[in-house]
Design a protein around this ligand. Structure first.
Ligand SMILES: CCCCCC/C=C/CC(=O)SCCNC(=O)CCNC(=O)[C@H](O)C(C)(C)COP(=O)(O)OP(=O)(O)OC[C@H]1O[C@@H](n2cnc3c(N)ncnc32)[C@H](O)[C@@H]1OP(=O)(O)O
Length: 243
């Protein structure tokens, strides 16, 4: 599955919906057993959630958007397919969450390709299920430091903390993901799927139980004047970087 939403694969509502439909199609076709998730945007895996979806819109839109974000995470996190990410670019916040929801992560060895949950740098907060997904991957202490500081880890550090499983030269990201896949596909499917569910269901259930409250909380938070201002300032900084 190659993500293509130029220029930065930001996860707009439309793009989230496309990803969701693609995933559902693959999951419902018995011929498919695995997905390699990668990017078609040079140098960028994903810039995360689309800030334009969270800025200057009305509460109904925020609620619709957040429901789609939740849905995509739940589907990827609990997918019965083997999902491996071949991370071939910088990967921030919501994009990093997508990669963390995969079963295995291969990252291209380029110092520019940092990844992490950098929400605090924008003046916003990673929701509890972003946090849980990170804790499940790197452990509590590393996650606590990474989340508070909004750290984006370059490849060597991402490997060291366990945010990714393998770092390989850039031209080998896909082949390394394919080689890894062979090992996962050699395991009896039902045993692997049930084990995945056993490991992940408690984390997903936390959100499933509180889904509506989580949406309301997001809408309240993102609608605050101070948060809207912080997002506008951040977007403006991104634009000024060019001049
Ligand atoms: C309880 C409440 C909880 C609230 C939780 C909300 C959770 C949010 C999670 C998120 O995912 S927030 C998004 C975090 N993402 C980032 O911080 C990444 C921002 N982007 C970048 O750092 C850079 O763009 C890049 C990815 C490193 C790429 O750099 P590059 O120099 O190649 O491109 P740019 O010139 O910066 O960007 C091109 C173009 O795209 C726009 N853009 C970039 N990122 C986003 C984005 N996330 N959403 C929307 N638009 C984005 C950027 O503004 C440029 O636009 P222009 O019109 O061409 O100037």
């Amino acid at each position: 599955m190659k993500m293509r939403n130029p220029p930065v694969n930001s996860l707009s509502l439309e793009f989230l919906t496309e990803l969701l439909i693609s995933l559902e199609k693959l999951e419902s076709d018995k011929a498919f057993h695995a997905i390699i998730l990668t990017s078609d945007c040079p140098g960028i895996f994903s810039a995360g959630l689309d800030l334009m979806e969270m800025c200057g819109r009305d509460p109904t839109h925020y609620a619709e958007y957040w429901k789609a974000v939740q849905e995509l995470w739940l589907r990827f996190y609990l997918s019965h397919l083997v999902v491996i990410s071949a991370i071939n670019g910088v990967n921030a916040a919501g994009g990093c969450l997508l990669a963390l929801s995969c079963d295995y992560r291969v990252l291209a060895d380029n110092p520019k390709y940092a990844m992490g949950l950098n929400e605090t740098l924008l003046g916003i907060i990673a929701p509890f299920w972003f946090k849980d997904t990170l804790v499940n991957t790197v452990g509590h202490r590393t996650a606590e430091r990474a989340l508070q500081l909004g750290l984006l880890f370059p490849p060597a550090e991402a490997l060291q903390v366990g945010m990714v499983d393998k770092v390989v030269p850039e031209d080998q990201v896909l082949s390394a993901a394919r080689s890894e896949l062979a090992q996962w596909l050699a395991i009896p499917g039902h045993a692997r799927q049930l084990t995945k569910s056993l490991m992940r269901k408690p984390t997903a259930d936390r959100l499933l139980k509180e889904r509506d409250a989580d949406i309301q909380n997001f809408v309240r938070f993102i609608s605050r004047d101070a948060i809207q201002k912080a997002l506008r300032v951040y977007l403006e900084k991104l634009k000024q970087k060019k001049t």
